[in-house]
Write a protein that binds this ligand. Structure first.
Ligand code: TPP
Ligand code: MG
Length: 401
């Protein structure tokens, strides 16, 4: 494993600090580890858009004919276009911050489209593509980033929980939810339910994620741990987070782990369907490591040129998740230029709608913060609300004098 070579320097003759320095070969191996998934990568569509047969996973995408693949292509183009529009709107001061998903479209659409209506998804903060796949209106995401909303959708209706900023915390919530599905007898056959939880490579260093692994494992919870290894936790590369490929961690907890090409929408769909199926039949949990790349900054507050080489980005551009589907569709005569143009036009108008909505987004009244905290009335919260309202009234009357 290149990453092992980098993090396991051989003891040398010199003082420990000197002996621990990686050799030039180890440094190169470490760099490669952030761009090459290795032999263990499950892939159905190469970066050049060629279909790779998979005895284990082909059956999970048997129904994906040309039309369905065009649909997955369209999904990815729309969410990328929305992502680019939101990024631009932050630059114009219309959003407080944006968290780009650029490069992670296949991981999110592939896994998001693998879910069934009764399944539950727990996102972190970058899962705009999964939100879209769960039927959340992308406009409803934007209130969070314009800082007018905490969360803008009905999570039960969409099977998509609110975004979580506290790294890894949603893994505990998801483990609890999946244990509930198990306790309530919703697991065991084709109609069983499953939960999927999204987190990053950096999150795997958090205690919450380990605790989630332990609880889900000992209760056989129907939980798919979906780790998007985008190679970076802000400025910290994956090889500083783990001595071994992340998917191999599952073994220590006693459940299967698999590494999938996170830029291959077909493979992400197939592997997620397999893992969700395992879970709904009672064979969970499962860890999926989607090997992908964060093509843009961590957020709009970050400048990745400070800590990573641009040739790494150039290398990943050749593995673009959308381009490989486009190449496959075009090469096999499944789509013509008119199709690609129409998807682009649809994406442009989708983005224009988001822009229009954002610019005219209503400001919620300040007391909104007290709404929807509890299902029923709560006297303490009600008292706080009243106090806050009279405090605000004080400002109005001061202005009137
Ligand atoms: C508990 C906690 N610690 C630190 C942070 C600050 N923080 C925000 S994002 C991030 C990196 C997360 O990296 P990763 O899990 O790889 O997810 P990615 O952002 O790459 O999708 C950190 C440290 C936080 N939000 N929560
Ligand atoms: Mg990351």
């Amino acid at each position: 494993m290149p990453s092992e070579q980098w993090t396991h320097p051989e003891p040398g003759d010199g003082p420990a600090a000197v002996a621990a320095q990686p050799s030039p070969e180890q440094v190169i191996a470490g760099l490669r580890a952030t761009s090459e998934g290795g032999a263990e990568l499950t892939q159905l569509l190469t970066p050049e858009g060629e279909r790779v047969p998979s005895p284990q996973f082909d059956k999970y995408v048997e129904d994906i004919d040309a039309e369905a693949l065009r649909g997955l292509y369209r999904d990815m183009v729309l969410v990328r276009r929305a992502d680019r529009e939101a990024n631009a709107m932050q630059r114009q001061g219309q959003l407080g911050i944006w968290v780009p998903l650029l490069g992670q479209e296949a991981a999110q659409i592939g896994s998001g489209r693998a879910l069934k209506p009764n399944d539950m998804a727990f996102p972190s903060y970058r899962e705009h593509g999964v939100a879209y796949a769960r039927g959340v209106d992308m406009k409803d995401l934007l209130g969070i980033f314009r800082c007018t909303d905490h969360s803008g959708w009905d999570y039960q209706r969409h099977g998509f929980h609110p975004y979580t900023i506290v790294i890894g915390n949603q893994v505990l919530n998801a483990a609890g939810y999946a244990m509930g599905q198990k306790f309530e007898g919703k697991v065991g056959d084709d109609d069983g339910e499953a939960t999927i939880v999204y987190f990053g490579d950096g999150a795997t260093s958090q205690g919450d994620v380990h605790e989630g692994f332990v609880w889900a494992a000992v209760y056989d919870a129907p939980l798919v741990f979906f780790c998007q290894n985008n190679q970076w936790a802000i400025s910290e590369p994956t090889e500083r987070q783990s001595r071994l490929p992340l998917y191999q961690r599952a073994r220590g907890y006693g459940f299967p782990g698999i590494r999938v090409d996170g830029n291959d929408v077909l493979a992400c769909l197939a592997v997620s369907r397999w893992a969700l199926d395992e879970c709904r039949h009672g064979n969970g949990p499962v860890l999926i490591e989607a090997f992908t790349y964060r093509m843009d900054a961590h957020t709009t507050t970050d400048d990745p040129t400070r800590y990573r080489l641009s040739d790494e980005l150039e290398e990943w551009k050749l593995k673009d998740p959308i381009e490989r589907v486009r190449a496959y569709l075009a090469r096999n005569g499944h789509a013509d230029q008119a199709f690609f143009d129409s998807v682009q036009a649809e994406a442009d108008s989708f983005a224009a709608d988001l822009r229009e909505y954002t610019f005219n987004m209503p400001e919620p009244p300040p007391e909104r913060i007290f709404s929807n905290v509890y299902a029923e009335g709560n006297p303490v919260l009600e008292a706080q609300r009243e106090e806050f309202l009279s405090y605000l009234d004080g400002f109005v009357s001061a202005g009137e004098h």
